[in-house]
Design a binder for this molecule. Structure first.
Ligand SMILES: Nc1ncnc2c1ncn2[C@@H]1O[C@H](COP(=O)(O)OP(=O)(O)OP(=O)(O)O)[C@@H](O)[C@H]1O
Ligand SMILES: [Mg+2]
Length: 312
């Protein structure tokens, strides 16, 4: 059992309408998911746009109201905001976002941006604070001159590294990274991911790594959670999931990973088309009559798949 457990988490957004602007229905952005986060591990949350990934991340850090379910931190229920404050939860669990330009205050220098979370939680002298910021910048490969600059003076990859430094400034145990490299070029993506890995080793951090791309997270994650329509369709450790995918949606995501093998292009395209065909044929094995995802059933060891009863 890990230090953070998410139990049957649901986040439903009301849809309002009509003359009195009453609630007409709900968008079930997250509809009953469980996670068990251990120290030092990385959990990939993968799924297409709108599947509910960011909503899970925001609910965990407390940016989104929970409709139902619980979040337990060291066995204690932190679903309520006041309790989170009492036990330093907001310090221990941090989030980084995809768009570094809007998540870093453009009017502040890097020194203040990184020092801000430290100021909220620790009392340091200006000299100690500067030393700490310099050390954090060094860990993400930026030099001293960075501290008096503003966010616009950096490249996208550098800004994301600043975001990572800011998130680790108050020694969190978990960082929820929401598409942290999706806006970057491939070569820069690899560099930012490498820094994230180094930081993980240095601080024994856990990551919840959100992405729509199974290719990007392959080398980053210990466990993978594939998400569709607010629920997990398949979960398991990385090797099980990539080598033996079961759910038709996972197979489709794997087939969509771009390959750099020009001579196999035709073969891969055909494989993708075959998966699409299968997706249509086997839909009712993996989705019920309303198009909802089934509950997970155990397939092997830590590998779970959402399918009709008796199919797995
Ligand atoms: N504040 C909100 N009010 C109403 N609906 C919302 C709100 N935030 C998200 N949603 C809806 O909830 C669903 C899940 O959204 P979410 O942002 O979690 O998806 P995502 O998997 O992160 O997608 P993306 O890959 O595009 O970031 C979507 O249908 C979205 O339209
Ligand atoms: Mg999102």
């Amino acid at each position: 059992m890990g230090f953070l457990e998410v139990k049957n988490l649901k986040v439903h957004y009301p849809i309002r309408g009509g003359f009195f602007n009453t609630i007409q229905d709900y968008i079930k952005a997250v509809d009953g998911v469980d996670l068990d986060i251990e120290q030092g591990k990385t959990y990939g949350l993968i799924g297409e746009s709108g599947s509910g990934k960011s909503t899970i991340g925001k609910a965990i850090v407390g940016l989104e109201k929970i409709t139902d379910g619980h979040i337990l931190y060291e066995g204690k229920d932190v679903t309520s905001r006041s309790y989170r404050k009492k036990i330093n939860y907001n310090q221990d669990v941090q989030m980084i976002f995809q768009d570094s330009m809007s998540s870093l205050d453009p009017k502040k220098r890097i020194l203040d941006i990184i020092a801000e979370p430290i100021r909220n939680f620790e009392k340091l002298t200006p000299k100690e604070e500067k030393e700490k910021v310099l050390k954090l910048l060094d860990i993400v490969g930026l030099n001293e001159s960075a501290i008096y600059k503003y966010p616009f003076e950096f490249s996208g990859g550098q800004r994301q590294r600043i975001g990572v430094a800011r998130a680790v400034a108050c020694n969190p145990r978990l960082i929820v990274a929401d598409e942290p490299v999706s806006a970057l070029d491939l070569s820069v993506q690899a560099q930012v991911l490498n820094y994230m890995k180094l930081i993980q080793q240095e601080f024994n951090l856990s990551y919840i790594f959100i992405s729509h791309d199974l290719g990007v997270v392959r080398h980053m994650c210990d466990y993978i959670y594939i998400m569709h329509n607010g629920k997990f369709v398949e979960t398991g450790n990385r090797d099980e999931l990539y080598s033996d995918p079961q759910h038709i949606y996972t197979k489709r995501l794997i087939a969509a990973i771009p390959q750099i093998e020009p001579d196999r292009r035709k073969e891969l395209r055909e494989a993708r088309q075959a998966i699409e065909k299968k997706f249509d044929e086997q839909k009712n094995v993996y989705y019920d009559e309303n198009g909802s995802v089934y509950d997970l059933s155990k397939y092997k060891d830590s590998h779970y798949v959402a399918a009709r009863k008796g199919e797995i």
